[in-house]
Ligand binder design. Sequence first.
Ligand code: ATP
Ligand code: MG
Length: 170
Amino acid sequence: MRLFFALWPDQPVREALEAARVELFPGPVPGRPMRTENLHLTLHFIGQIDDSALDCYRHAAQEVRMQPFELVLDHAGYFPRPRVVWLGVREVPSSLKALVDDLGATLEACGHRIEARPFLPHLTLLRKVHYFDPSPIRPVSWSVRDFVLVRSQTLPEGARYQVIDRWSAS
Ligand code: ATP
Ligand code: MG
């Protein structure tokens, strides 16, 4: 199975993210928008694992002590290579940085190799976009109280994400 850890918006935040997309692209939508129910912010991409390794990842995540934090998504940016338009945060809360670092360090026990690239929190809104000028947006505030483990499947109709576990801030 293919797994990743993520921040998973609740329904009101999903709707605010959708509204931000409509405001950014009031006309025809370029590329392929992420389905509203699929919007997420990746913390660690695990990739393909054997089913037998799942428990290790779950137990590791359970060890992590997360502090709640507020995320303010305040601008839209573009990664030209994967051709995605995303929403980002100007201020990375120290609790988010700590969550990513602590989770990454704990996951190493399961064979996970931490990304060498610095963590750039972003929430992908659209894919297959050929050009985009970065732009500020009306900020979307998101009170983050938990993180999740997601199973990802590639189906003919697109990605299917299933939240298989969740851990809350203390
Ligand atoms: P599909 O690959 O079926 O088109 P997807 O890209 O949405 O769908 P995954 O490839 O499972 O699904 O990726 C899940 C999440 O992890 C996405 O947010 C994706 O951007 C991110 N991701 C995927 N591969 C990597 C990687 N090598 N490094 C960091 N993040 C990744
Ligand atoms: Mg992918």
